[in-house]
Ligand binder design. Sequence first.
Ligand code: PLP
Length: 375
Amino acid sequence: MINVFQPALGAEELDAVRQVFESNWPGKGDVTDRFEAAFAKHLGTDRALVRSANSCTEGLFLAVPLLGLGPGDEVILPSISFVGAANAIVASGARAVFCDVDRASLNCTAAAIEACITDRTKAVLILHYGGVPCDMEAIGELVRQHRLLLIEDNACSVASLFRGAACGTFGDVSVWSFDSMKALVTGDGGMIRCRTPELATRAEHLLYLGLGNKSGLRNIVETRWWEFEVTCCGRRGILNDIASAIGIEQLRKLPRFLARRKQIHEFYDRELSPASWLKCPPPVPDHSTSSYYMYWIRARTDRRDRLAARLRQDGIYTTFRYFPLHRVPFYGADERLPHAEQAADETLCLPLHPSLSDEDLEHVVTSIRRFDPGV
Ligand SMILES: Cc1ncc(COP(=O)(O)O)c(C=O)c1O
C-alpha cells in the first residue's frame, strides 16, 4: 500500500536512540534541551521562548488556558482545522466559533475571521493549511486592530515562511506536531513557542505538574531539595530524550525532506494539470515558502469519491484533511460555511512524503489517468 503520509526514519535516528539507551536516561534531559535549542534556531527565534511537549494536542490544550481564555470567551478558528484545536477551546469553557476558508487555498482569511468577531471574541486560532502560510499581514493587522490573541497551529508548517519569517513566530502561542504522519517525526511529540519568556516559563510549569522548581539534581538548593512549590494545576506533557534524539536527526534532514516534497508537488502539478476534470492546488504565493505537507486535488463529489475508492483498490491510500468541524454535531455549530463545505465534498489529499519512490509516483498518476471520470 502506498501511504498518504509516512515518516522517513533511518540509521541516524536509530544510532541517536542507541546513544540515549547507553546514557541510561530515556526521560526528559539534556537531549531534549538540545532539541529545543536546535528547533528555536531553525525558527530563527530566541531559545528562551521555546518548550517541547509530548504532542501538539497537548500544546493546544495548554495554549488556551495559558492565554487566559475560558468561559464567556469566543475563539475563532477555521472550520477546516484539526479536531484537537476545537476540543482544546471547548475544554477550557470558551466557545469555538468556526469561520470559513478561502475557496482555493483552504486557509482562513482576515475577512472570514472578521465576519465572526463579536464583543466576546478574545482570540483566533489559525492553521496554515497543507503547509502554505495564511496571509499573516492581513491577519496580523486584524488581530492588532481588535486586540485579539493569536494561536498558530503549525502541524502542517514546520518549515513554512511568510515573507521570510517562520510560521509560528507570529502568534502569542504557537504549536507544532511531530507525530508519525508529519514532515518531522519523533514518534509522538510537539513544540511550543510563546511570545514572551514569562509565558514560556508558565508553559513549562503547566507541562510538568505546575512545579515551579527543578527536580532532582537539577534543583540548585543545597538542602531539602525534595521540597517543591506548585504554581498551577499542571499536567505531565513533557517530551523525552528518545523522541528528542530522533527529532534532532530529523531536523538535520529536514531540508532534504523538503526538497523531495517540493519535487513531488511539482511532479503532481505537471502530470495532473492536463486532466480537465480535476483541479490541482493553487500555486504557493511568491512571498511564501511552503512545507509541502499536503497535495490536494479537487473534483466533483461523485468523481472524488469514486477516484478515492479506485485508488484504494490500486493500493494507493488517500484521504481528506480536515473534515469541517462545523459539520460535527458535538460542537453544536449552526453556521453555513460554503467554501469549507464545498472543500469537504470535493477535496482529496494524495500521497506525499519523502519515502515515495519515482515508481510509486508513476503508479499514482497512472491510476489517476486511467480513472474514468464519466460524464
Ligand atoms: C493540523 C493539526 N494540528 C494538530 C495536530 C495534533 O498533533 P499531535 O498528533 O502531535 O497531537 C494534528 C495531527 O494530526 C494536525 O494535523
